[in-house]
Design a protein around this ligand. Structure first.
Ligand code: ATP
Length: 199
């Protein structure tokens, strides 16, 4: 049987429990052997705010996924020049893991925005979308299929608790001097404190 691999792309600025819960629930719901965390070095859609340098985001994601034998870091978007379009990332991973069945993990907010991404049909051609709902994410599957017919049959929801944590809100809490304990892994909090990030 083909290996079943999850691809989980993000800026992870910083990684939080919402990310880890999504990945873990996807492993169990979809029977994945592993999840590749694809740290996006230069995300085309997030050029409106300053992103923490990769030299900090990389050690944070390494700390966040350490200890889970199903979680791996993929350097695919770190070792090639940007901008990093998901369609290219997915195509390259499809070439790398040509015998595997690939699942692209994403939150409901990202699914809603998918039609605005670069070449979204090419993304769905190579993967099954595995979606975890987010509070107030406005997912309209019939509307999405009307816009992108190849989503039909390449899509499923991941059964998981809805988690109202976002990296934006974590950055805002840190900036305001509020606690992020229990929302971000302990080892990542220690890294953030050591390097005085998001102050
Ligand atoms: P930001 O607030 O900076 O936009 P984020 O918290 O959405 O960041 P990203 O790194 O942009 O984190 O997200 C990577 C992926 O994880 C996206 O597909 C996003 O939808 C998903 N995701 C993030 N947080 C959650 C959550 N709490 N529940 C479900 N999916 C999530």
């Amino acid at each position: 049987m083909a290996e079943r691999i999850g691809i989980f792309g993000g800026t992870f600025d910083p990684p939080h429990l919402g990310h880890l819960i999504l990945a873990e629930c996807a492993v169990s719901a979809l029977n994945l052997s592993r999840v590749l965390f694809v740290l996006t070095a230069d995300p085309p859609h997030k050029r409106d705010h300053t992103i923490t340098p990769i030299t900090h985001r990389l050690p944070m994601i390494e700390r966040a996924i350490a200890g889970n034998s199903c979680f791996e870091l993929s350097r695919i978007d770190i070792d090639r020049p940007g901008p990093h379009y998901t369609s290219d990332t997915v195509r390259l991973l499809h070439e790398q893991f040509s015998d595997a069945q690939l699942f692209f993990l994403l939150g409901g907010d990202s699914l809603h925005d998918l039609p605005t991404w670069h070449d979204p049909a090419a993304i769905v051609a190579h993967v099954t979308l595995a979606v975890m709902r987010r509070p107030a994410d406005h997912v309209e599957i019939s509307q999405l299929i009307a816009q992108m017919p190849n989503v039909a049959g390449h899509f499923q929801f991941v059964d998981a608790p809805t988690i109202g944590i976002s990296a934006t809100q974590i950055r805002e809490r840190l900036h305001a001097g509020h606690s992020i304990r229990y929302q971000v892994p302990e080892a990542v909090i220690m890294y953030i404190q050591q390097h005085r990030l998001y102050v």
